[in-house]
Unconditional design. Sequence first.
Length: 144
Amino acid sequence: MLAISLITLIFYFQPRSTAVTSVFRSVPILPQTSGRVAEVFVLGSEPVQAGAPLFRLADETQRTAVEAARRAVSQIDAAMLGARADLAAAEARILEAEDNLRQMSDELAVKQDLARRNNDVVSRREIERLQVTVQTRQAGVLVA
């Protein structure tokens, strides 16, 4: 019974406070990425404004990755310029091949018309040579 009285007495007269204010408040700070802290801007219990940087993480790896990506983009841009130049050259070859075909087709049509009107003006060999040339130019257009 003595023990119960003693425990009751201690808990009844235990010091307590109802008006307590916290002097220090700690807030956990977590970065968005993992890394090593390179520089600390706020020390100890210095006051901090909202939005002010507290520390800087070492970002050499990210900067290196950004630089590598920039170089890759410039290489792709250079390849695009080369591809555009190749495309322009190919289009020019197509136009040249089409013009050569048109010229040979016109010449063949004229020679065939002359041969139809008068058999002695154009030799048969000349017409065959022009037909072969036209076929060659048609293949050139398909290849270009």
